[in-house]
Design a protein around this ligand. Structure first.
Ligand SMILES: *Cc1c(COP(=O)(O)O)cnc(C)c1O
Length: 392
């Protein structure tokens, strides 16, 4: 059997044709495919504005800039995320604070955030970066209420959850990144994510002022829009109005993104089916804890979880990881808690600061989860996991 990774992109003949057509067009970058991708993505997510950028990390950096993060800023995020969620604050000179996770969900614990907010004078903290970890959507309605009490912005890191949703207090579906509760949200199109463009990212928002800033900052802080410039300066005239970056994404990649987006719902459905099968088997094994077993409807389709990852917790995680590798199953660990990284330890954080995150990290393993994982491959993974955990 072929090696089985934890995540994998799918490239179809249509994807290839979409890229080839763009290669043969007039634009490799800064052409019409970027806006088309933005419009289609905004429609998919249900937000007003979308800004396509070079990658998810660039998206985070631009958001931190647009939100005005600076040396005085104190921003709260979760220790269980990819380091980029925290790093964007540091790019702008701000201070990162962490709030521990809820062990039942792996998500940042809102009660821990509230405790942290209460521990300092009002006005000390400036923003929160919640992460829809593994694809499980954060309950942003509750976070918005808390943020409003303390006058904070919310930047949702939705890299794991395009198409995911939570139910609000009225029972309405609220899609990740739809801009209803968070000021800004970001997505990544790295190959392990739901929609793959190689490198790529997207920012979504319903806020026109933030949108305008992001568009400016994405291209060096330069504008050519006549309404933002003095009159009669000549057709060549442009102005650099802020210090921005080149964080653009090329048309070639957005053409791939558009083609991938057409299959996003089918991919999500596949992920949920794979999760339902894992849940069914592992739910009956006393040696395995499933992080967030879904509450499915009868047809096993109704869950807001977007399943970027399928995470189980086991006692001998190191042993299981090594055993699966011997069988060419490349499970992964998500994540090493950010506050324990040497860089963040230099800033004063220590092992022991966030016990729930550290305890989670000791046991977690992300099993293969991607739309093209075959039934046979999944059964092979299940067989090996059960063989190991029940032999201990
Ligand atoms: C992938 C990812 C990022 C960064 O995205 P890139 O496109 O790789 O820069 C940020 N946050 C989370 C939670 C991610 O999973």
């Amino acid at each position: 059997m072929q090696p089985i990774p934890y995540g994998k992109q799918q490239i179809t003949e249509e994807d290839i044709q979409a890229v080839v057509q763009t290669l043969q067009s007039d634009f490799l970058t800064q052409g019409p495919k970027i806006e088309e991708f933005e419009n289609k993505f905004a429609q998919y997510i249900g937000c007003v504005y979308a800004v396509a950028v070079a990658n998810g990390t660039a998206a985070l950096h631009l958001c931190a800039m647009a939100l005005g993060v600076n040396e005085q800023s104190n921003v709260i995020t979760t220790p269980i995320t990819f380091v980029a969620s925290a790093n964007c604050v540091r790019y702008c000179g701000g201070t990162v604070w962490f709030a521990d996770i809820d062990p039942a969900t792996g998500l940042m614990d809102i009660d821990k955030v509230r405790d942290l907010l209460k521990s300092k004078p009002k006005g000390f903290f400036t923003g929160i970066i919640p992460v829809d970890f593994a694809g499980l959507p954060v309950h942003l309605e509750a976070f918005r209420q808390l943020a409003d009490e303390y006058n904070l912005w919310i930047l949702e890191d939705a890299c794991h959850a395009p198409g995911g949703y939570f139910l609000d207090n009225q029972g309405q579906k609220q899609l990740c990144g739809n801009g209803k509760y968070a000021d800004l949200a970001i997505f990544s199109f790295h190959p392990v994510k739901h929609i793959a463009t190689g490198e790529g990212g997207m920012i979504t928002t319903n806020n026109k002022e933030l949108y305008d800033k992001l568009v400016l900052l994405r291209t060096h802080g330069i504008t050519k829009k006549p309404e933002l410039l003095p009159k009669d300066k000549g057709g060549w005239y442009y102005e650099m109005q802020e210090l921005g970056y080149n964080y653009r994404i090329p048309d070639i990649l957005t053409a791939l993104g558009i083609s991938q987006l057409n299959r996003a719902d089918a991919g999500l459905q596949k992920r949920r089916e794979i999760a339902a099968r894992y849940d069914e088997v592992f739910g009956q094994d006393e040696n395995i804890i499933i992080l967030n077993p879904a509450a499915y409807s009868d047809d096993k389709s109704e869950t807001g979880h977007a399943y970027h990852l399928y995470v189980i917790l086991v006692k001998n995680r190191r042993g299981l990881y090594d055993y699966l590798r011997q069988h060419h199953i490349y499970a992964q660990v998500h994540y090493i808690p950010v506050h324990t990284m040497p860089y963040y330890q230099q800033l004063g954080w220590q092992q022991g600061d966030f016990p729930a995150a550290e305890n989670y990290y000791e046991q977690c393993l992300s099993l293969p989860m991607y739309p093209t994982l075959s039934k046979e491959e999944q059964e092979f993974v299940i067989e090996k996991v059960l063989a190991f955990v029940n032999e201990q």
